[in-house]
Design a protein around this ligand. Structure first.
Ligand code: GLU
Length: 472
């Protein structure tokens, strides 16, 4: 059997979005699973809308997800000659012809067909005129007749009537640039593609492309069309459903392996297994597992997969990621400090961004730490402040701030006072973190350290005293 060759051919008119990333991943896995080659091709023939920045952004997205390519990136903009050679061949063999109809005339033809209750299409009026090249002339492909059938890797047997699906479509614009269907067939054939897995939105292009393969004498590859991704409102996924670019998920603090694991499950399954390592995926990915019904993008699910991978990650890796997300918040910290903080959040963190936001109080200056006004009001009433003053005195006398020492001291404090632990827990928490939520109190105090904890308690008490004075 010949080597399997798959490809990802994005148009650099936008970022690498969720749907594109999933297509890239499926093709990458197909190649990796079968010891094949994965080709990256940038379809930048739409020069008005394609930019090098977008190309770079797509490459960055692929690299972030760990989708490496064996060949490319090829640029379609550098391959015009190949397309022209193919167009010449089609003209010579009578599969294509020049057409002088103006866009207005073609619009009128379509309108007429519509009015007669027929499919809007080009009526073939220049087919037999034997025109040569000339100003304003496009090249059209002579649509075949009969049935176009293929076994789709996802949808099973498909057959369509050419007359229904394909008119004499343009393969070269009047300005000389090739159209997508022509360029994609020339590239896929010349680059040796054996399997083409892409979005269902390209289903109507497939009969045109199969006709072109046949007219050009190329072998027709296997095709597979994966259903679109929907939002949870059952509408096609769009910006309304959240971020579209995969790199935005990186900014939101998702791990690439979580993203890959989530994306692969959008339309592919292997029994009821949910979590797959990359090796497992390469070991078991197959087209039989591809679903022919639409997939639903579910942010909650993505978050739970991400939480799983955060739990699995090493402290060192999370320290690096946390550092990067803290920098986005304008906070820098020593890695040793972060290594103490990470384990407090790792068991429950949903994203690295959340972790950064939640742990920032550890790293902020004592003098500028912000206090949640509601938390202050609720948990630092005058009686609580009195208790807190006593706690502060007791904490100051401790020989160290080890968790065990803190645990014993705080427990014996509440026992002697005959009060519940809750009476002091929230006042201490609000005073040292500025917030009403934090990891366990002992752990928090331990990681903050004695000096900072005491300084913060003093500042909270002082702020309360100032507030009381103002109100008096
Ligand atoms: N450039 C096309 C796109 O991004 C490629 C479609 C295909 O896979 O043939 O939609």
């Amino acid at each position: 059997m010949s080597t399997m060759v798959t490809r990802f051919p994005p148009s650099p008119t936008g970022y690498l979005h969720i749907g594109g990333a999933r297509t890239a991943l499926f093709n990458w896995l197909l190649a990796r699973r079968n010891g094949g080659r994965f080709v990256l091709r940038i379809e930048d023939t739409d020069t008005a809308r394609s930019t090098p920045e977008m190309t770079q952004a797509i490459l960055d997205g692929m690299s972030w997800l760990g989708l490496d390519w064996d060949e490319g990136p090829y640029l379609q903009s550098e391959r015009t000659e190949r397309y022209n050679l193919a167009i010449e061949k089609l003209l010579e063999t009578g599969h294509a012809y020049y057409c002088e109809c103006t866009p207005e005339e073609v619009d009128a033809m379509r309108e007429k067909a519509r009015a007669e209750g027929k499919k809007p299409r080009y009526d073939g009026c220049c087919r037999d005129k034997n025109l040569g090249p000339g100003e304003g002339r496009v090249v059209r492909f002579k649509a075949p007749t009969g049935t176009c059938a293929w076994h789709d890797m996802v949808k099973g047997d498909i057959s369509m009537e050419y007359e229904e699906m394909v008119d004499d479509f343009i393969i070269r614009r009047a300005n000389g640039s090739p159209m997508y269907n022509l360029a994609v067939v020339v590239d896929d054939a010349e680059m040796g593609m054996t399997h083409i897995l892409r979005g269902e939105d390209h289903l109507s292009n497939t009969p045109k492309q199969i006709a072109l393969y046949q007219a050009l004498g190329y072998d027709v590859p296997e095709f597979g069309h994966v259903p679109m991704i929907f939002g949870n409102d059952r509408k096609k996924l769009s910006k309304r459903h959240g971020a579209m670019s995969v790199m935005e998920y990186e900014k939101m603090g998702f791990l690439p392996e979580a993203m890959v694991n989530y994306l692969v499950r959008l339309g592919w399954g292997h029994g009821d297994q949910e979590i797959f390592t990359q090796e497992e995926l390469i070991g078991c990915f197959d087209t039989h597992g591809l679903n022919s019904s639409p997939a639903m993008f579910d942010m909650k699910k993505l978050e739970s997969v991400n939480a799983h991978y955060i739990k699995e990650a090493s402290i060192d890796r999370l320290v690096e990621l946390l550092d990067r997300h803290l920098k986005d918040l304008g906070i820098s910290a020593a890695p040793e400090k972060l290594a103490q903080i990470v384990p407090l959040y790792q068991p429950r963190a949903v994203t690295m961004r959340d972790m950064a936001e939640q742990c920032s109080f550890f790293l902020e200056d004592d003098e500028t730490l912000e206090y949640d006004p509601k938390g202050m009001k609720k948990h630092l009433k005058p009686t609580a402040c009195e208790l807190l003053t006593e706690v502060r005195g007791m904490l100051a006398d401790l020989p160290d701030f080890e968790e065990e020492t803190l645990d014993k001291a705080l427990n014996s404090f509440v026992e002697t006072k005959e009060i519940k632990f809750g009476k002091i827990a929230q006042p201490i928490r609000v005073a040292v973190t500025g917030r009403t939520f934090s990891p366990g109190l002992h752990e928090t105090l331990h990681v903050l350290g004695k000096e900072k904890s005491l300084r913060r308690i003093d500042r909270a008490l002082q702020l309360k005293a100032e507030q009381a004075a103002e109100q008096a």
